[in-house]
Write a new protein. Structure first.
Length: 201
């Protein structure tokens, strides 16, 4: 069964400075996994690190645009992703997922503290705002989890995490990913310890 399309409305300006509807239709940049039934994503918009364009009518998220799976520093990505039930993923799900997403480094970084507890574990240098649009999904981190339903919001701050769908229905989520300066979990831990020592002294 094909993924439901995402309607995208993009505003802009005309040559007199009036606000206009620039695009209104299905977002063309969409991915559907050939290996994992129901898994896929649509990117309605993204911005590169060299600046945000409010002037031109250029579409950065055309069907053939090469958009990274994870943002580099200064980039932003708006993504709507569908997570099918965990039960439909194949035995080699982790390898398949992060090969399709070109995210082997992110998967390796995400498994440093959790013994590969779930095939979706990964870690990115980004601040992510996530909103559950449909269904139910469980956020896993190294030490803890939270089950989320439609309307719930997650602020994910460069942490190792995974998305586990323990139901029998696909969950749809919206993400705003903001690329941040590279900083490992170990570097964050060292800075936290230094802050603690400074506070005590």
């Amino acid at each position: 069964m094909a993924r439901a399309a995402v309607r995208r409305v993009v505003t802009g300006h005309d040559d007199e400075g009036k606000a206009i509807i620039l695009y209104d239709g299905d977002a063309p940049n969409s991915f559907e996994s050939p290996n994992i039934p129901g898994f896929g994503a649509t990117v309605p918009w993204w911005t590169p690190a060299d600046g945000i364009d409010h002037v031109s009518d250029d579409d950065p998220a055309t069907a053939d645009a090469e958009i990274p799976s994870f943002p580099a520093e200064g980039e932003t990505i708006l993504r709507i992703a569908d997570f099918p039930p965990d039960a439909v993923y194949p035995d080699d799900a982790e390898s398949l997922i992060f090969t399709e997403l070109d995210g082997q480094e992110e998967a390796q970084a995400g498994n440093e503290h959790n013994n590969s507890d779930h095939f979706w574990f990964h870690r990115t240098d980004s601040l992510d705002y996530a909103v559950v649009l449909e269904g139910e999904i469980t956020l896993l981190v190294d030490d803890g989890e939270a089950t989320l339903t439609a309307g719930d919001v997650v602020v994910q701050r460069a942490t190792s995490h995974a998305w586990s769908n323990r139901t029998d229905k696909t969950a749809r989520m919206l993400f705003v990913l903001i690329g941040t300066p590279p900083q490992s979990a170990e570097e964050i831990a060292a800075q936290r310890k230094a802050y603690g020592k400074a506070a005590v002294s």
